[in-house]
Design a protein around this ligand. Structure first.
Ligand code: PGA
Ligand code: MG
Length: 220
């Protein structure tokens, strides 16, 4: 039987990536003669991938996205995605504890796979992970449950023995659609109202006991 697996959202769950996202978004806005945004505002734009981030930035200035802006952003952001980005306090310890408890771990993020992979590599988290399903790795992405299911298949997991941890309604909705229990990362960017019925972990240290409880409850 396959080991149980936890699918982990990236931005706002494993890493505080807003500083690098804000730097790159503000650089793009400036290049188009527009004022930038505070970090808290950018945090509210995160969760649906790069194209949505940029669309929300320009929409906030009453503008449509200029042609080529997504490529412009990625050329700047991708090589610099881990300059200011760090794991949230306690995340490294959480991942190590989950592995010690026998869980396999895979990232399921709406961030494109290349910058996600480069960032996790730079931050030294890759050795703790069994796979990465990026926002462009499959034809669908969160909140489509297919993104979670495809990531599970790719990483050697099993949808009958898996849990999703994320900080956005997209994570909770995708988990429900895939039939997986979800945990809401209360330390992330999403407001608590996004948790829906999912239990909220107030800090990473709360996750290992919570997944153990969910697993017992699910009977596997
Ligand atoms: O890139 C985004 O907007 C969101 O990424 P996430 O799915 O890791 O939160
Ligand atoms: Mg997130």
């Amino acid at each position: 039987m396959t080991s149980p697996m936890i699918l982990l959202d990236l931005d706002g769950t494993l890493v505080d990536s807003v500083p690098d996202l804000a730097r790159a978004l503000n650089q793009l806005m400036a290049a188009h003669g527009q004022e930038g945004f505070a970090h808290a505002t950018v945090a509210g734009f995160v969760g649906d991938g790069v194209a949505a981030l940029i669309e929300r930035g320009f929409a906030a200035r009453g503008l449509a996205v200029p042609p080529g802006a997504v490529g412009e952003f990625l050329n700047d952001y991708a090589p610099r995605a881990a300059e200011l980005t760090r794991p949230f306090p306690g995340v490294r310890e959480m991942l190590a504890a989950l592995r010690a408890d026998g869980w396999r771990l895979a990232v399921c993020t709406n961030k494109p796979e290349a910058p996600a992979r480069a960032m996790l590599d730079t931050l030294g988290l890759m050795p703790l992970l069994d796979g990465i399903g990026g926002g462009d790795s499959f034809p669908m992405r969160k909140p489509d449950p297919g993104h979670l299911l495809a990531t599970l298949v790719m990483a050697g997991g099993d949808a009958a023995r898996a849990i999703m941890l994320g900080d956005h309604a997209n994570d909770v909705v995708a988990a429900a659609g895939a039939g997986l229990p979800a945990i809401f990362a209360g330390w992330g960017y999403g407001p608590p109202s996004m948790a829906g019925d999912a239990p909220v972990a107030p800090e990473p240290a709360a996750v290992p006991p919570l997944v153990a409880t969910l697993r017992l409850r699910a009977g596997w």
